[in-house]
Ligand binder design. Structure first.
Ligand code: ADP
Length: 482
């Protein structure tokens, strides 16, 4: 009990523990009280009922004997009755009395005859009733008794009725014993219910309190704590879901931090170059320095612009405002446009860029500039992550329903554990190269919006293959458009 109250106290007035315990205990206590009251009345009724039928059958037997005595002319009636009462064989359990015509006890098997009239409700009942019988259960002479009076069918002045009286003290003490046992069992049941309830409530409240304290820590930015999952029930599932959420939060916190540091780093590099060259040019310059400086400044500004565009695209994707300008386009033309941009760069960096140059056209319903952006991103990665002397192969193929663009490089490759994550926003598997880590996330989103797929296969040290599949515009769609 002490443990219960301290547990409830510890969990506050509004706690589930307190409410649950109070409600359940109230119901159990009410049920136990009802059961005990029912047991009391049923047992009492059974005991008293049995005593009553026993006494009535005894009275009937005695009355038959008396009637026989009356009819027997060889026996003196009064003497016979007196002897019968005096020798009543069950007198240690039952007192037998005779009652005269005035309603007074004329003789008793106990030998004690009260002087004057005495209150006998059973006698009144028998006298006034139709069947000449009366039963009384109540207090008489300081104890509970049961009394049965039977009117004699052949009354005389001294013997009008006889009465059997039995004490209920023995039955009452038996009833008390039964009630004591019933109450002891009830208290035991209550204690068991409290213990089980306490255990059950604890198994809910303790993990809940832990989840709540861990949630507070999470809110303060401490992502280190997790809830131990000890069961497969709802609490276990909640703990698991909570841990998953904490992992996600920790992950996104990590991604956010990585993003801030990588974007700041990415922004700083072009800004430093621009700043350096502007200061150099401000100090005076010759035409050669000027054109070199301006080239760097223009190149770095372009890089900054691209990065800001990527970030804007990303934020549009996040807010659901990323839309495409769909039209019927030749996707091969967009791929070749992107290739043009990287031909010179690859050559300058001594990397071979080859292309299978297909003769066919691939009509796709799509956003021209967005698809070009995807090809640029994939080619940019292929060139960026391939060392000098490396090879980049671009291939376009056509199937019945799709156009497949495959970009293979002999670059550094991607570790197997990083491969599934490279399409995630801000995920950089390689931090030695410049990049914000959102290029592939945006590219994947664009291809998905076109109903296609972008998949990466890679072996570290061997190279990477990016496969883009886009659905072709079907003949039916084309004729519908026309
Ligand atoms: P980033 O701007 O950093 O290149 P991306 O979203 O384009 O970002 O690419 C995500 C990550 O995937 C890169 O940081 C890089 O580690 C890896 N990756 C993408 N393409 C290649 C490739 N062709 N070869 C090796 N690694 C690649």
């Amino acid at each position: 009990m002490e443990r219960l109250s301290s547990f409830l106290h510890a969990h506050g007035k509004q706690s589930i523990a307190r409410r649950w315990m109070m409600n359940t205990m109230l119901v159990i206590v009410i049920v136990l009280i009802t059961v005990n009251v029912c047991i009391y009345y049923l047992v009492k009724q059974y005991f008293y009922g049995s005593a009553e039928s026993y006494l009535i059958s005894e009275a009937n037997a005695e009355e038959t004997i008396m009637a026989r005595l009356y009819d027997d002319s060889t026996v003196n009636w009064s003497t016979g009755v007196r002897q019968m009462i005096e020798n009543f064989e069950k007198r240690d359990q039952i007192e037998m009395m005779s009652i005269n015509q005035n309603g007074e006890v004329s003789m008793s098997s106990s030998g004690f005859t009260p002087k004057g009239p005495m209150e006998m409700p059973d006698y009144e009942m028998a006298k006034n009733g139709e069947d000449g019988r009366g039963v009384f259960i109540g207090r008489e002479g300081g104890e509970n008794i049961i009394a049965v009076t039977v009117m004699l069918s052949r009354p005389t002045s001294n013997y009008g009725a006889f009465r059997l009286v039995s004490s209920l003290t023995l039955l009452d003490s038996q009833l008390s014993r039964i009630m004591f046992i019933a109450l002891a069992i009830s208290v035991f049941v209550l204690l068991i219910a409290i213990m089980m309830g306490l255990y059950f409530v604890k198994s809910i409240c303790v993990p809940l309190a832990r989840i709540s304290s861990t949630a507070k820590k999470l809110a303060k930015g401490d992502f280190s704590e997790r809830i131990p999952v000890t069961s497969g029930d709802e609490i276990g599932q909640l703990s698991m879901a909570f841990n998953d959420m904490a992992n996600d939060l920790e992950n996104s916190e990590q991604i956010k931090n990585d993003f801030i540091s990588s974007v700041s780093h990415e922004l700083r590099t072009p800004l430093t170059a621009i700043k350096g060259w502007s200061e150099t040019l401000a100090m005076g310059y010759d035409p050669e320095t000027f054109s070199k400086g301006m080239k760097v400044i223009t190149g770095e500004t372009l890089r900054l612009e691209q990065m800001v565009e990527e970030l804007l695209d990303f934020s549009r994707i996040q807010s659901g405002h990323f839309t495409l300008q769909m039209a019927a386009i030749d996707v091969i033309a967009e791929l070749e446009d992107a290739l043009l941009l990287y031909n010179d760069k690859a050559k300058k960096e001594h990397k071979t860029l080859s292309y299978n140059n297909p003769e066919f056209m691939c009509a796709v319903t799509g956003d021209k500039s967005r698809l070009r952006q995807v090809f640029i991103n994939v080619l940019d990665n292929a060139v960026k992550y391939t060392e000098e002397g490396g090879q980049i192969d671009v291939m376009a193929e056509k199937t019945d329903t799709n156009v497949v663009v495959i970009v293979t490089d002999t670059g550094c490759g991607i570790a197997p554990e990083d491969l599934p994550k490279i399409k995630q926003k801000f995920y950089k598997a390689n931090s030695t190269k410049r990049g914000s880590g959102i290029g592939l996330a945006v590219a994947d989103e664009i291809i998905t919006l076109h109903g296609g797929s972008l998949e990466a296969e890679s072996k570290p040290g061997v190279g990477t293959r990016i496969t883009i599949v886009l659905p072709l515009t079907s003949k039916k769609e084309r004729t519908d458009d026309e």
